[in-house]
Write a protein of this length. Structure first.
Length: 150
């Protein structure tokens, strides 16, 4: 099984299970020295989630265990085949006890600035964050993100 760190709409368990039937929740974790940003324009309008370097921040998410064949399914969903899609790479995340986990995560290959996510997309991220019981201050941060109605 592979570990995958979800920090965007894949926080939502139902979405993960729909996309990857082998997905099972492992733990909550954070990626230090990075912040959540929206650096890639979506084909549906609005901007989609990314993690960008910021030494004063951390990105919270959920670690799922899934098969490599489901990781390849995620690669298609995260358009890794496109020049301006996502890049999958291994990172070290930490759970709330400070334990390390090596997990795959997706990063936007070509960042095109910073924009607002669609309301529907942001609502999925928020629903997943609440469902996974991410820290309250992080959920407050997510709730403060301005959205667009595109």
């Amino acid at each position: 099984m592979e570990l995958y760190f979800a920090y965007g709409s894949n926080l939502l368990y139902e979405q993960m299970r729909e996309r990857c039937s082998s997905a099972s929740f492992g733990t909550l974790a954070y990626y230090p020295n990075f912040k959540l940003d929206f650096t890639r324009k979506s084909t549906k309008g609005g901007w989609v989630a990314d993690m960008v370097f910021d030494p004063n921040n951390r990105v919270w998410g959920a670690v799922y265990a899934l098969t490599m064949s489901d990781m390849l399914v995620l690669d298609q969903r995260e358009v890794v085949h496109l020049t301006d899609g996502y890049l999958r790479q291994k990172i070290v995340v930490f759970n709330s006890y400070g334990e390390e986990h090596i997990a795959w995560a997706y990063f936007v290959k070509i960042k095109k600035g910073s924009g607002q996510p669609r309301l529907l997309y942001m609502n999925k991220i928020l629903k997943g964050a609440r469902q996974q019981k991410l820290p309250v201050d992080y959920i407050d941060f997510l709730e403060s993100i301005k959205t667009t109605e595109v």
